[in-house]
Design a protein around this ligand. Structure first.
Ligand SMILES: [Zn+2]
Length: 216
């Protein structure tokens, strides 16, 4: 008999006993006194869920939303544009389905489908380190007026696209997509700017396509 064998809790959703590996530490206590295990928690949408305010029925409804979203990604999402990143623009970044008005994080290929209509702000988030002798390069930022300028005297050590969303079915407030590789080099950072700019253009095109006839 192990220390925890005597009083293992049971998940109120799947009925499994919650051992140490079964997710007792990642379990969630719900508003109605029920508890779900870490594995059931992992079936929920990826957003910032407040389990302490949710009932078991809320969790079930959330998992149904998550499953429907994943199904949408696998069965209905047809990319009209695959935005690539990297020095040679060969690496997956963001997939756009302009017909449905959807996008997916192609870098992580996690299968979640987000709506372009929910995007209210985005930015290229940059990390910096001091520039050392002989380092440094110029990104032609005038080509990308919507993106941040790289300050003088620094080099970019990381770049990610951050997309903020309004209330949505996945309860995700922002999607972060790696725009540069680890220890990025000059070409990689140029690729990150170009890729983020392509996302900006795709969003712009999508919004323009939705302006009702007669308002042009
Ligand atoms: Zn469970």
């Amino acid at each position: 008999m192990g220390l925890f064998d005597g009083n293992k809790k049971t998940c109120d959703l799947c009925g499994e006993k919650m051992g140490l590996l079964g997710g007792i530490f990642s379990s969630e206590d719900l508003a109605d006194g029920k508890t779900i295990c870490g594995s059931c928690r992992g079936k929920c949408t990826p957003g910032e869920l407040k389990f302490s305010a949710m009932t078991l029925d809320d969790v079930k409804a959330n998992i149904a939303v998550a499953e429907a979203n994943k199904k949408k990604g696998a069965a209905e999402f047809k990319a009209t544009q695959k935005i690539k990143k990297g020095a040679y623009r060969g690496n997956d970044f963001v997939d756009i389905d302009a017909n449905h008005g959807w996008f997916m994080n192609a870098d992580e290929k996690d299968g979640w489908v987000y709506s372009l209509d929910d995007v209210y702000y985005f930015n290229l988030d940059l990390d910096y380190a001091p520039l050392e002798e002989g380092q440094g390069f110029e990104v032609r930022t005038e080509d990308y007026p919507e993106l941040p300028k790289i300050p003088q005297g620094v080099r970019v050590t990381d770049a990610k696209l951050v997309i903020w969303l309004t209330d949505n079915e996945l309860a995700v407030s922002k999607v972060e997509i790696r725009a540069a590789g680890y220890s990025p080099d000059e070409g990689d950072i140029r690729g990150a700017f170009a890729a983020a700019h392509d996302f900006f253009l795709a969003l712009k095109d999508y919004r323009a396509s939705k302006v009702p006839a007669g308002k042009h």
